[in-house]
Write a protein that binds this ligand. Structure first.
Ligand SMILES: NC(=O)c1ccc[n+]([C@@H]2O[C@H](COP(=O)([O-])OP(=O)(O)OC[C@H]3O[C@@H](n4cnc5c(N)ncnc54)[C@H](O)[C@@H]3O)[C@@H](O)[C@H]2O)c1
Ligand SMILES: [Zn+2]
Length: 363
């Protein structure tokens, strides 16, 4: 197995992110090397377990625990589901030495991570992300949490994992739309920090979607490297981590006004990046060629759900409720070139209105 190892530093130490086609087959060894106990419990969803559980069978520690399976729809990302994980841990006699292994997409990673952060005031956690989004984004950085009926991701914690193993081979079973949604986040990394990655997606889109292992591994590793670097610098999002929000201010608002039903997260971010490019170009901070390159790649990647029926004022109001606002000001990330950003403060409602029209909102 050829694998790439990246290290993420946190306030309390550092953890490795292993990216490699086939890396999951060495999971037991990787955990042994990391001193990650011999009592391990996997938490996954029925669907992901049925598809990929067998590959983790070598993991079983001394206690041969049964996997804990919970739903992984966004609607399952609740304190109630976390409660079911606690129950399985308690009845199974999990103690402070038990390592919790989350196998699944971002929903599983976030909710199982929250269980690990809080069970016995925190036990060790390993992420085995199985969606492209989870591999390049949610498994790295230590943010864990669940939704509340009144809003998304409102309950949470920082709980960095002890190990992340991203094996692109598991993505072969991912529905194409889920895969594509992850690619938009890859495009985001290209825009904010890595022009080569941007060009790679542009030039080798076909190989990427055909899931050529070399191509996938390169793209996942490049994305993870950026996320790892950014969160290492700034674990709690005071400064540099904000560049990761490129496309997310309006992206989150589009998700919220459609009650998280219409868009996959990455699709909303795709619109958000188009809107950010529109605002940046009007301000003169985003060169026209850069805005055009962003638009071109997003169009080439394929169809996005419609936005023409969405109300502009509702979307703007939703940006105001984004929890990433810092004492009332909206920090808006704009691209200054491929691979560079700057922050715009005081983006006006008028500018947002115009940008939303530019991306196709009509009401
Ligand atoms: N913690 C963070 O920093 C962070 C960052 C970004 C997103 N998130 C969170 O991530 C969540 C979204 O994650 P997601 O996009 O991975 O979606 P998801 O976890 O909902 O997974 C999407 C679907 O894919 C299925 N699936 C997962 N792996 C599969 C595989 N290998 N083959 C076939 N099907 C598979 C799942 O069963 C699910 O139906 C959101 O809740 C979001 O808030 C967290
Ligand atoms: Zn995102």
């Amino acid at each position: 197995m050829s694998a790439i190892r990246l290290d993420v530093t946190t306030a309390s130490g550092s953890y490795p992110v292993i990216v490699g086609a086939g890396a999951l087959d060495s999971l037991g060894q990787l955990m042994d090397e990391g001193g990650l106990g011999s009592d391990r419990v996997i938490v996954s969803s029925p669907r992901v377990w049925a598809l990929h559980g067998a590959r983790c069978s070598r993991l079983v520690g001394r206690r041969r625990r049964e996997p804990v399976l919970v739903g992984d729809g966004e609607r399952s990302k609740t304190v109630q589901t976390v409660g079911r994980v606690y129950e399985a841990l308690i009845t199974g006699g999990a103690d402070r030495a038990t390592v919790i292994v989350a196998l699944g997409g971002g929903v599983i990673g976030d909710l199982v991570g929250f269980a690990a952060a809080t069970y016995l005031r925190g036990v060790r956690l390993v992420h085995l992300p199985t969606t492209l989004l989870a591999q390049v984004d949610s498994a790295i950085g230590g943010k864990v949490g669940v939704n509340h009926a009144l809003g998304k991701n409102l309950i949470g914690a920082f709980h960095p994992p002890s190990l992340v193993v991203a094996d692109p081979l598991v993505l072969s079973t991912l529905p194409r739309r889920e895969f594509r949604a992850g690619v938009y986040e890859v495009v985001k990394y290209g825009v904010i920090a890595d022009p080569d990655l941007f060009d790679r997606v542009r030039a080798r889109r076909a190989a990427l979607f055909a899931q050529d292992p070399t191509e996938l591994e390169a793209v996942v590793a490049a994305s993870c490297r950026i996320k790892a670097e950014v969160v290492s610098d700034d674990e709690r999002e005071s400064g540099r981590r904000r560049i990761l929000n490129f496309g997310h201010t309006i992206g989150h608002a589009l998700e919220a006004v459609t009650e998280y039903r219409r868009f996959r997260h990455g699709e909303a971010v795709a619109y958000g990046m188009l809107a950010a490019a529109a605002i940046g170009m009007r301000r003169g901070v985003t060169p026209k060629a850069v805005g055009a390159a962003i638009a071109e790649i997003i169009v080439a990647l394929g169809p996005l759900p419609p936005v023409s029926d969405l109300g502009i004022s509702e979307v703007i109001a939703a940006t105001g409720r984004d929890k990433k606002r810092v004492s009332g000001t909206l920090h808006f990330v704009a691209a200054t070139r491929l691979g560079g950003t700057s922050e715009l403060t005081n983006v006006s409602n008028r500018e947002m209105r115009q940008a939303l029209k530019d991306i196709g909102l009509r009401r």
